[in-house]
Design a protein around this ligand. Structure first.
Ligand code: MSP
Length: 526
């Protein structure tokens, strides 16, 4: 176990009604880049992802496919959701399914506590429900249907008719928590991020909170309410608890306290569940609220939120089969401001792949390794006296490492990559100006050649470390070509927050060879 401070990051747990698309993969990659960064910086890191398997939506999908919800979920988890993690190279520490016994049992523990403490009561309910959202819709999200649904009330998000439900339900006294939530957002402005998300949530809570229906009795695919087994727990109430049942809530207090509270990454579509309902549940149970809830934007395809149901869904492997997992990770983390919507296009992906990964970084790495082989028979030369140009490289690197760490702290992965890329650009410019191939022609400039190649190689050392959370495969290859596994140790063991300290590469290291890190892609058509 690491001795650093705790960093616990989560993704939403995904519905198993369908196979994953790049929107789901986007949240996964973001959480993974943060997790890898913190892990490599020595923080006591834990990353969790998983699947949301209960509720009416899954039940209906399974039934429509002629199977049971458990069999349906088992199949999708094994055939689609777990393989997704491999496709995009996710290093999660745990994978929770809401059908896991560790989860179901402790959802009941939590619910029973709230019931015993008077936060749950039974009542009659009649409201419009959207099965797509798994939510009773607030007035603001109920609109008039068009086309085939004219004359009906439809969900503003799914554009599908809402269903009028009349049931006896159990309710959670969420209305008790409005003031405490507002105080939380005021006192801890970083609790909900970005700022636009915080404003939206505060406005919602200021309008007053209603109590929340937290059970259903018209079907039985869910966790049974412990004191009344004719009801199952409302799927969102069940799902949100995954963040604590996965780390030992109800059964391993030491583990729970080691990790909790979490940094939650969620799409802005489910911000309210995480920034309002979830902290209210935790306050009721006398548990600490999350560290942060970050609501990221939507991936847009052709200007619309990408989704399977609107047939704009793109499977992650459509991209990785051509470009590889590193390019997938890099592209989405670099091209989209984390917290804002971003458009995906094949042209933009192909252009960045070529300009930034292949020509910018990959080429730099290959050229420097090749020159050490060519001019020094593969043995890293010692630097002589540093000139202003060399010192500028060192300063650029130190600043980039500092800025990137600050950006990661602020959950701004695009800024972290932009900061690190200043080193790629600096080194490419440096080599163009220093012209090592000219220095190599004259014995009199042999020492200068050594300084230039040492500077470039040391820059690559730092780039491998700083980029390993984003592009783990390419940086591992580069690390091995640098030939430092025996002296400096494994890439993932390099302390990330010290990456900018100059002079770590041992002089005399024998480098290997390096194949193209980002080979030319022949066709970029999907
Ligand atoms: N099961 C709930 C979450 C429960 S968490 C306690 C759920 N699942 S979901 O399968 O619908 O996944 C929603 C999440 O997928 C979004 O919050 C977001 O993280 C990701 N995305 C789905 N479509 C997306 C885009 N088009 N763009 C970006 N992210 C998207 O909601």
């Amino acid at each position: 176990m690491s001795s650093g401070k705790s960093f616990y990051v989560t993704t939403p747990i995904f519905y198993v009604n369908d196979a994953p698309h790049i929107g789901h993969a986007y949240t996964e990659v973001a959480a993974d880049m943060l997790a890898r960064w913190h892990r490599q910086a020595g923080d006591d890191t834990w990353s969790l992802t998983g699947t949301d398997e209960h509720g009416e939506k899954i039940l209906r999908t399974a039934t429509a496919n002629g199977t049971t919800p458990q069999q349906w979920a088992d199949r999708l988890v094994e055939e689609s959701w777990k393989p997704l993690l491999k496709t995009i190279d996710i290093s999660n520490d745990d994978f929770i399914r809401t059908t896991d016994p560790r989860h179901e049992k402790n959802v009941q523990v939590f619910l029973q506590k709230l019931y015993d403490d008077g936060y749950i009561y039974s009542g009659e309910y009649e409201a419009l429900y959207c099965v797509g959202c798994e939510e009773f819709k607030p007035q603001s999200e109920i609109v008039d249907g068009t086309g085939a649904f004219i004359g009906q009330k439809v969900c503003a998000i799914h554009s599908k008719p809402l269903e009028l439900l009349q049931e006896k339900n159990y309710f959670f006294r969420m209305s008790d928590f409005g003031e405490r939530l507002l105080a939380l957002y005021e006192e801890n402005p970083e609790f909900v991020q970005p700022e636009s998300a915080r404003n939206e949530v505060m406005q919602f809570v200021r309008q007053g909170l209603s109590d929340l229906s937290i059970s259903r009795s018209s079907f039985d695919w869910g966790v049974k309410v412990p004191w009344d087994d004719s009801h199952v727990v409302y799927v969102w109430f069940d799902a949100l608890l995954n963040y604590i049942t996965a780390i030992g809530y109800g059964q391993d207090n030491a583990e729970f306290e080691r990790h909790w509270p979490a940094t939650h990454l969620v799409g802005k579509d489910i911000l309210r569940f995480h920034a309002v309902i979830w902290p209210a549940m935790l306050l009721a149970a006398d548990l600490p609220v999350p560290h942060r809830v970050f609501g990221h934007g939507w991936l847009l395809v052709g200007g619309e939120k990408m989704s399977k149901s609107k047939l704009t869904g793109i499977a992650p492997n459509e991209i990785t089969d051509t470009f590889g997992s590193d390019a997938f990770r890099y592209y989405f983390m670099r091209a989209i401001h984390f917290g804002q919507d971003g458009s995906f296009s094949w042209e933009d992906l192909a252009a960045r792949y070529q300009a930034e990964l292949a020509n910018g970084f990959g080429n730099l790495a290959s050229r420097v390794i090749a020159m050490i082989n060519r001019y020094y028979e593969g043995v890293l030369p010692a630097p002589g006296a540093y000139t202003e140009a060399d010192l500028h490289v060192q300063e650029t690197l130190a600043a980039a490492a500092r800025d990137a760490d600050a950006a990661i702290e602020a959950i701004q992965m695009h800024d972290a990559l932009a900061a690190i890329w200043t080193v790629v650009d600096e080194l490419n410019g440096y080599i163009t100006v220093q012209e090592p191939w000219v220095l190599a022609k004259d014995d009199a400039t042999r020492e200068r050649l050594g300084t230039v190649l040492y500077t470039a190689a040391e820059g690559l050392r730092a780039l491998a470390v700083l980029l390993s959370p984003a592009i783990p495969k390419a940086t591992t290859k580069l690390w091995s070509a640098l030939g430092v596994e025996d002296t400096l140790g494994a890439l993932t063991a390099q302390p990330l927050r010290e990456a900018g300290t100059w002079g770590q590469l041992p002089v005399g290291t024998t480098v290997g060879t390096l194949e193209a890190l980002f080979p030319r892609v022949e066709s970029t058509e999907s």
